[in-house]
Design a binder for this molecule. Structure first.
Ligand code: ACM
Length: 633
């Protein structure tokens, strides 16, 4: 047996080497159609930028600012082309013939023409910026090409949990910038949690004076090895929320706020204990939970998980939630308000005489019926104000609220059921690789995470439309989203590490036609170019492991291993003696012949190191020729 993993091309690519041989021109998400022709457009400072419509002025400026970055010059903005002047033209004329959010790019040696509605032109500019290399001889060369493009799904989302860890407005804006670059259109802002309430509500000031401050945080993986004894606090003022919403809107991104109910509400209950079934009971703290400060009274949670103290479905609670939602609706113009609905234990409702009487009075059968009543009542309130609810798939239990959209996270089952009941669905299953808090590889070098393995290739392989649905039912799958839960992410840099390169795969499954899916092209040609652009920019990312190297054990005695660097400019270093590879060990240059005597094994360990010094995790392949297996961690 002679497994050959990949042909060696070279480990010393330059960035353009990838793009020039790439039929998809390095664009992520891959467009619907790319027709290359011959020649190129030479962008130089004498070229005019024509944009007649005030609605597109901001997009024209965005393009010009990027040209300054790449070329060191700005284009002169003009209303019309004069004579045979070369120009970049942005126009909405003809956009009425394009699909929703669609755009057209035509690059010929004489002109660059972008056609689209306001939003379509924004996406056209995102694509054009991806096509734009740095200048050579004071010119930026663009390939002659026609690109026709529009999204597969209308909902293309990325989530951020700011409850477990708070992230500053500056980072939230950066996150939005990244979302926009990859043609996602929805930012799901998870604002309330057991461990922190993060949005100012003027009518209930204790939500932030009390609910946004926890006294300490679990150290290590749950159940933990201690508590950091550090106060963790933070919330967004209403002014800041308005800023974020406006900033996102300027990038054609809708912000959907999530206000969790009836579960995940410990922070709100710590602020206003009467929201609990048992206001006088101490917060249920897991036995032996490492804790900082008092365990008495109502507390924010300091560990992770699901907790029994949830909202009591009393008139007082509904008044509170309606007041909160009134302030939330005034801040967020989104059609959707996410009301959570997940992981609400029924223990307290079972124990509570009030809840048991309410179940009888409402004739809803049991606690699931009570949850359904809770959600439907909130839905009715929001519908009356012209809004619609999204809930996690638990909102199916006990009967779905009539107009609800379901976020399917516990696999696809909930999404399938909801689509079969003619409800809109957003697919976010962990089983599809969409829980990007999971680790990116099995290397012991991966930082502490919640668990689970979700490499970017897994996400790329996911199709949000389940095959079991009929063609009619499939129309209810309105989109897809990746979720960034932050129990184990304390810093923006860590969030970025979890995000890249998985956001590229998310963008592609959300936007691109399924028949354009091409894993090899994605992994070997386009992802490398995008990651290379990040290196040294102050944005963190996960450096992919060498292409062609399997993780884990392969059986046999005689191997030829051909590796390829995952990013242009990166170098691979390796060891075959079990030691940790580094820039001081052997650089990989060409195919490795590995021979393992019968009854023995050999370990190949590699590391990828970027010109900036940034490095990958160490990847280990064990070549085993009949040696006894030893359990690894
Ligand atoms: C969830 O992950 N609890 C929606």
């Amino acid at each position: 047996m002679k497994p050959l993993f990949l042909f060696v091309i070279s480990s010393l690519f330059v960035c353009q080497g990838y793009a020039q041989t790439d039929p998809n021109l390095g664009i992520i998400p891959v467009p619907v159609s790319i027709k290359k022709s011959t020649g190129s457009f030479q962008l130089e400072k004498t070229v005019a930028l024509i944009s007649n419509e005030t609605s597109n002025a901001r997009t024209a400026d965005l393009l010009n600012a990027f040209i300054v970055l790449q070329g060191g010059f700005a284009l002169r903005e003009a209303k019309t082309v004069t004579g045979g002047q070369k120009a970049v033209v942005l126009t909405s004329k003809g956009a009425e013939r394009l699909p929703e959010e669609g755009y057209l790019i035509q690059i010929t040696p004489g002109q660059v023409k972008l056609v689209g509605s306001e939003k379509g032109l924004f996406y056209a500019v995102q694509t054009l910026m991806q096509l734009m290399p740095k200048k050579t001889n004071d010119k930026i060369s663009l390939p002659a090409v026609e690109i026709n493009d529009y999204p597969r799904f209308s909902y293309r989302g990325l989530h951020l949990d700011v409850g477990r860890h708070f992230f500053p407005v500056s980072f939230v804006k950066k996150y939005i910038d990244i979302i926009a670059q990859y043609k996602l259109n929805t930012f799901h802002w998870h604002l309330t949690e057991d461990q922190g309430w993060r949005i100012e509500i003027k009518k209930y000031p204790k939500l932030t004076t009390v609910g946004s401050v926890r006294k300490g945080t679990l150290l290590g993986h749950y159940p933990g090895v201690g508590n950091d004894d550090l106060e963790h606090r933070g919330f967004y003022t209403q002014e800041e929320v308005k800023q974020v919403v406006a900033y996102a809107a300027s990038k054609y991104i809708t912000v959907i706020p999530e206000i969790e109910m009836p579960g995940h509400s410990s922070a709100a209950i710590a602020a206003y204990p009467e929201l609990s079934c048992f206001p006088d009971r101490d917060t249920p703290i897991k036995e032996n939970a490492p804790w900082s400060g008092s365990r008495k009274g109502k507390q924010l949670q300091q560990t992770w998980g699901v907790f029994d103290d949830v909202y009591v479905p009393s008139e007082n609670t509904f008044k509170f939630l309606q007041d909160v939602l009134d302030e939330v609706m005034a801040l967020f113009p989104s059609k959707y308000i996410h009301i959570g609905g997940d992981e609400c234990p029924k223990t307290y409702w079972k124990e509570s005489p009030f809840c048991q009487q309410l179940i009888k009075d409402l004739n809803v059968g049991d606690e699931h019926g009570l949850q359904s009543y809770f959600i439907q009542r909130i839905e009715k309130y929001l519908n009356a104000k012209g809004r619609s609810i999204i809930g996690w798939d638990e909102i199916l239990e006990g009967g779905l609220a009539p107009n609800a959209t379901v976020m399917s996270w516990r696999g696809e089952k909930g999404g399938i059921e909801a689509a079969q009941q003619n409800h809109n669905v957003i697919m976010t299953p962990g089983s599809g690789g969409l829980y990007i808090d999971h680790r990116q590889s099995n290397s012991p070098d991966e930082p502490l995470s919640i668990g689970g393995l979700a490499p970017y290739t897994k996400l790329y392989a996911y199709d949000p439309v389940p095959k079991v649905l009929t063609a009619d039912q499939q129309k209810y799958i309105i989109g897809v989203q990746a979720n960034m839960w932050t129990e184990y992410m304390e810093t923006p840099a860590r969030v970025e590490y979890q995000l890249f390169p998985r956001i590229y795969a998310l963008a592609e499954i959300a936007w691109s036609p399924i028949d354009k899916k091409d894993l090899t092209n994605f992994v070997e040609q386009r992802v490398p170019v995008h990651l290379a652009k990040l290196d040294g920019t102050g944005t963190n990312y996960w450096v992919p492991t060498p292409l062609g190297q399997p993780e884990g054990t392969v059986k046999g005695g005689d191997f030829s291993v051909s590796l390829k660097t995952p990013i242009p400019g990166a170098k691979i270093f390796y060891t075959l003696d079990g030691f940790r590879p580094s820039e001081n060990t052997t650089p990989y240059v060409s195919e490795l012949k590995i021979n393992v005597p019968q009854g023995q094994k050999k370990s190949l360990k590699t590391i990828v190191i970027m010109p900036s010094g940034k490095r990958s995790v160490v990847t280990e392949t064990v070549f085993n020729n009949g040696a006894p297996e030893v359990k690894t961690k």
